[in-house]
Design a protein around this ligand. Structure first.
Ligand code: AMP
Ligand code: ZN
Length: 466
C-alpha cells in the first residue's frame, strides 16, 4: 500500500483515513436508485462516487466489498413529511405495469446505464422487497427497546429516545422544532411531529403490502437501508455513501434505527456527494431538466467522457452540467486514447522520472478523491518532455484503474498480431478442425501466456491483447 486513503466524514466533519473495522476488507454501502423511472446523470454522479471510492481503495491495495441497494418499495413522494404516495405505486398506475415489472424494467436500465459510465458492478444489489423479514426484525427490536411505538398498524420511531438525533445533518430536535413548517399537517397519531414511520398500515387500495406483527403494511424508506446494510456488511462497516439530499431525513433516520437497534456506532465514515445542476437548478425529474446517460451517447459523446467531466469538480461540490464542457471532455478522452495507441509499441516499465508523477497522482486520489488534481497530474505527464513514451503509456494504463476512461481502447484496436501469433492461431484452428482438442488447448495456453485473450468464434480462434 503506497498511500492511506482518506475521506471527508460528513458525521465528524473531518478527513479520516479508511481503516477496515474487521482488519481485512473495506465494506461500503451506497444508497442506490428508486427503480420507478430512468435514472439521470445527476443520480449517476452520486452512484459514481461509490465506484470511485472502491477504485481508489483497490488502487492502494485494499480488499473491498461494495453493495448498493435497489429501492423497490417505500420511498414516498414527500420525504420530509413521510407522506404522499409510494413512488413505485405511482409508477404502477402511470404505466399499467405491476410494481415488480416496473422494478425489473428500471433496474435493468439502471445497470446498463451504470455500465456505460464505467461503474464496475457492485458485489451485490439487494432489493428492499426481499428484506421485509429483516426490516420487521429491526422494528421489533426498536419497539422492545422503547425506541418505537405502534398506533393502529403503523409503527413510528420516537426520536426523543435517541439522544444523537441530528448529529449527521445538524437537524437536532430543537432546531427542527424551531423551524417547523406551520403549514404542514402533522400526523395526529405521532407522539412528536419529528417522529418518522418505520412501518405503515396498508390502506384499502394498497397492493404492495406484507403481513407483519402489526397487520398488513409496508416499510418506510429508511428502514430498508438499516436492514440491508447490516445484513450484508455486518453491524459495523466502514463507508456509507449517498447524495447530499440523503443526509436528512434518510441517513439521519438510518443512524437512529441502526444504532438504536444494536446499541453502538454502525457506519464509520459517511460520504455525501454534491448535486449536479443544470442551468443553475438541481437536476431532477420535477425540474424537467434531466438527461440520461443514453442521451449523451445519442449526441455522439462517449459516456465515459462524463466521468472525465465529473473529475473536474471535487465530489462534495455542486457541479454545473454543460454540453460544451462535456464535448471538450469527450475530445480530450479521444485524444488521450490516440496518444496511448502511439505510445503502445514502446510500453515499458515505470522509471524514476515517472515515479514522481505516480506519487502525485496517488496522493491526490487518496486525499479525499481530489480528482481535479489527479487529472492535472495526468495532463502534465502527457506533455512532460523528459518522460519516455513507454513510461507514459505504462503509467496512464495503471492510473486508468481509477480513471476508468478505457485509455487503452485505441491501442487495443490498432494492435496487429506478429507472424508467430498468426502461425499459432492457424495451427490451433487446424488442430481443432481435426478434433485434436488437447493440442488446441495447449496452443491456447501458450497464447494466453503471451498476454493475449483467446476467443473461440464461429470463424475460428480470435486473439487480442488482454
Ligand atoms: P433516488 O432514485 O431518487 O432515490 O436518488 C438516487 C440517488 O441520486 C440519491 O443518492 C440522490 O442523492 C442522488 N441524486 C438525485 N438527484 C441528484 C443530482 N441532481 N445530483 C447528484 N445526485 C443526485
Ligand atoms: Zn439508503
Amino acid at each position: 500500500m503506497l498511500c492511506d486513503v482518506r475521506l471527508f466524514n460528513s458525521l465528524t466533519r473531518e478527513i479520516e483515513e479508511v481503516v477496515p473495522v474487521d482488519g481485512k476488507t473495506v465494506k461500503i454501502y451506497s444508497c442506490g436508485p428508486t427503480v420507478y423511472r430512468y435514472i439521470h446523470i445527476g443520480n449517476m454522479r452520486s452512484f459514481m462516487l461509490g465506484d470511485l471510492i472502491r477504485r481508489a481503495l483497490r488502487f492502494e491495495g485494499h480488499d473491498v466489498r461494495w453493495i448498493m441497494n435497489i429501492t423497490d418499495v417505500g420511498h414516498m413522494t414527500d420525504e420530509l413529511t413521510d407522506t404522499g404516495r409510494d413512488k413505485m405505486e405511482l409508477a404502477e398506475s402511470d404505466e399499467g405495469l405491476s410494481a415488480a415489472e416496473i422494478a425489473d424494467k428500471y433496474t435493468k436500465a439502471f445497470l446498463e446505464d451504470s455500465d456505460l459510465v464505467g461503474i464496475e458492478r457492485a458485489d451485490l444489489y439487494p432489493l428492499a422487497t426481499e428484506h421485509i423479514p429483516e426490516m420487521i426484525a429491526i422494528i421489533d427490536t426498536l419497539i422492545e427497546k422503547g425506541h418505537a411505538y405502534e398506533v393502529e398498524g403503523t409503527v413510528y420511531y420516537d426520536v426523543t429516545t435517541f439522544p444523537g438525533y441530528g448529529k449527521l445533518s445538524g437537524n437536532t430536535l430543537d432546531r427542527l422544532r424551531a423551524g417547523h413548517r406551520q403549514e404542514l399537517a402533522v400526523d395526529p397519531s405521532k407522539r412528536h411531529p419529528e417522529d418518522f414511520a418505520l412501518w405503515k398500515v396498508a390502506g384499502p387500495h394498497r397492493a404492495l403490502k406484507w403481513p407483519s406483527p402489526w397487520g398488513d403494511g409496508y416499510p418506510g424508506w429508511h428502514i430498508e437501508c438499516s436492514a440491508m446494510s447490516m445484513k450484508h456488511l455486518g453491524e459495523r462497516f466502514d463507508v456509507h455513501t449517498g447524495g447530499n439530499d440523503n443526509k436528512f431525513p434518510h441517513h439521519e433516520d438510518e443512524i437512529a434505527q441502526s444504532e438504536g437497534a444494536v446499541g453502538h456506532r454502525v457506519t464509520s465514515i459517511w460520504v455525501h456527494g454534491g448535486f449536479l445542476q443544470m442551468g443553475g437548478q438541481k437536476m431532477a425529474k420535477s425540474a424537467q431538466n434531466i438527461k440520461r446517460v443514453t442521451d449523451l451517447a445519442e449526441q455522439g459523446v462517449d459516456p465515459l467522457a462524463y466521468r472525465l467531466l465529473c473529475f473536474g469538480t471535487r465530489y462534495r461540490s455542486e457541479m454545473d452540467f454543460s454540453w460544451e464542457a462535456l464535448e471538450a471532455a469527450d475530445s480530450r478522452v479521444k485524444q488521450l486514447r490516440k496518444r496511448m495507441a502511439d505510445w503502445a509499441p514502446a510500453a515499458g516499465s515505470i522509471g524514476a522520472g515517472a515515479k514522481g508523477f505516480d506519487r502525485r497522482f496517488r496522493s491526490a486520489v487518496a486525499g479525499d478523491l481530489d480528482m481535479p488534481t489527479a487529472v492535472k497530474v495526468a495532463n502534465e505527464l502527457v506533455s512532460a518532455p523528459d518522460v519516455p513514451d513507454g513510461e507514459k503509456y505504462a503509467l496512464l494504463a495503471t492510473w486508468d484503474q481509477v480513471l476508468g476512461l478505457d485509455l487503452e481502447r485505441d491501442a487495443r484496436e490498432r494492435w496487429e498480431p506478429t507472424d508467430e501469433i498468426t502461425a499459432l492461431v492457424a495451427e490451433r484452428d487446424t488442430a481443432r478442425a481435426a478434433r485434436d482438442f488437447a493440442k488446441g488447448d495447449e496452443i491456447r495456453d501458450r497464447l494466453q501466456a503471451m498476454g493475449l485473450e483467446v476467443m473461440d468464434t464461429p470463424e475460428g480462434t480470435r486473439v487480442r491483447p488482454r
